[in-house]
Ligand binder design. Structure first.
Ligand code: MRU
Length: 377
């Protein structure tokens, strides 16, 4: 049987005008691939967490906006008609961009990827030698580039993360910031995957991650499939593991990092960080620069997604387990204060407190390398 690691989390099926994803709500029981062709299907897949995890959402949205723009029929696609035809594409592009961007509010990768696509799109505007077929081709190229970059970025995060731990360490993670949340390696799992290739024999502890169980259903599943020593435990058990001395480092992913290092990640993350501080376990956030939002000064400005009460009261249970009509609080993310974070592991190195300075330095390195102004500054 094909391993879950052999499937693409998000893939572009250009000939079929579709974005293909693994329906993550069905894992680990069933591996179902779904083809997203309409704006509604893409929006729903992101909102319903069929595709989830900050980097994967970004890639899906980039491929989605390409497919939706590609489907716009253009009559007389010649360079002479550039302006009038571009206006037709522009109308659709902008409408779908706003729509897709509204599917989830916290993971900045979604708007980051759409802004990248928008920049490439508008760079074509007024280039009178370009046909709309060529404009669409540029969009395809950028979407593929965002996907390709994710692999490279996660691998580099893995290298920096791996230098923070040693063979045999116990590593705790919360939610799924693994391959299923990205394209390959994941972010928080990248040091684990690279370590496994080099014989580091880590013991990984995966928090189940209430209420949607991304840790139980996804992290434990993908690490087990990779042959990594993984143990699943309930969210309320991590402090006790730390007290027993079984955890040497925590690696988590993130959905948005503010300029001062405050970090939004899956609900429950801040509890882990507080326990880690108590037991002197270093707590690391693995963050591609695409997830760092320097326009937001601190965690208070991060919009936290609120989700349906049914996810808490009944989802994943054979029968509803909470009383009818009970009030429910169900934020999807929480903010971990920067003083609980030992380091933010990016593809350009590990940022340490004070983060306002070290994150700026990370972006300076990024700009030096690309020669371009970073989008999220
Ligand atoms: O609601 P989800 O499953 O999309 O939440 C995902 C997380 O919180 C991840 O930790 C985060 O997106 C980082 S993924 C590399």
């Amino acid at each position: 049987m094909k391993s879950i690691l052999e499937y693409e989390t998000v893939a572009l099926l250009d000939e079929e005008d579709a974005v293909q994803i693994i329906d993550q709500t069905k894992l680990p029981g069933r591996t179902e691939l779904i083809k997203l062709k309409t704006a509604q299907q893409i929006w729903d897949a992101i909102y319903l967490l069929q595709v989830r995890g900050a980097p994967a959402i970004g890639v899906c949205a980039a491929m989605g906006i390409y497919i939706l723009t590609k489907k716009v029929k253009i009559e007389n696609d010649t360079p002479e008609n550039h302006d009038v035809n571009f206006a037709v594409l522009e109308q659709e592009f902008e409408k779908q961009k706003v729509y897709l961007d509204s599917s989830r509010p916290t993971a900045v990768n979604l708007s980051w990827a759409l802004k990248r696509m928008e920049k490439v799109f508008f760079d074509c505007k007024g280039q009178k030698e370009m046909t709309m077929a060529q404009v669409k081709e540029r969009l395809r190229g950028e979407a593929e580039e965002i996907r390709r970059e994710d692999i490279d970025v996660c691998r580099r995060i893995g290298e920096y993360g791996l230098a923070l731990v040693k063979p045999g360490d116990g590593i705790l993670t919360h939610c799924n910031a693994g391959k299923l949340a990205a394209i390959r390696y994941g972010t928080a799992t990248a040091p684990v995957y690279l370590g496994a290739e080099r014989g580091y024999d880590f013991h990984v502890y995966a928090d189940e991650t209430r209420p949607l169980l991304q840790g139980a259903r996804l992290t434990a599943y993908e690490l087990q499939a990779a042959g990594i020593d993984v143990t699943l435990q309930c969210d309320n058990m991590s402090a006790s593991l730390m007290r027993e001395g079984r955890i040497q480092a925590v690696f988590v992913g993130c959905d948005r990092v503010a300029a001062n290092g405050d970090t939004a990640n899956k609900i429950g993350t801040s509890m882990v960080a507080i326990a880690a501080k108590r037991y002197s376990v270093p707590f690391y956030v693995c963050a591609p620069t695409a997830t760092i939002d320097m326009s937001i000064p601190g965690g208070d400005q991060i919009v936290i997604e609120q989700r349906k009460p049914e996810e808490v009261t009944g989802m994943w249970y054979a029968q509803r387990m909470a009383s009818e009509g009970v009030k429910v609080y169900n934020p999807a993310f929480d903010v971990t204060d920067n003083d609980l974070i030992a380091g933010i592991v990016t593809e350009f190195g590990v940022a340490r407190a004070p983060y306002t300075e070290s994150l700026r330095e990370i972006f300076r390195k990024k700009e030096e390398r690309s020669g371009e102004r970073a989008y999220n500054l």
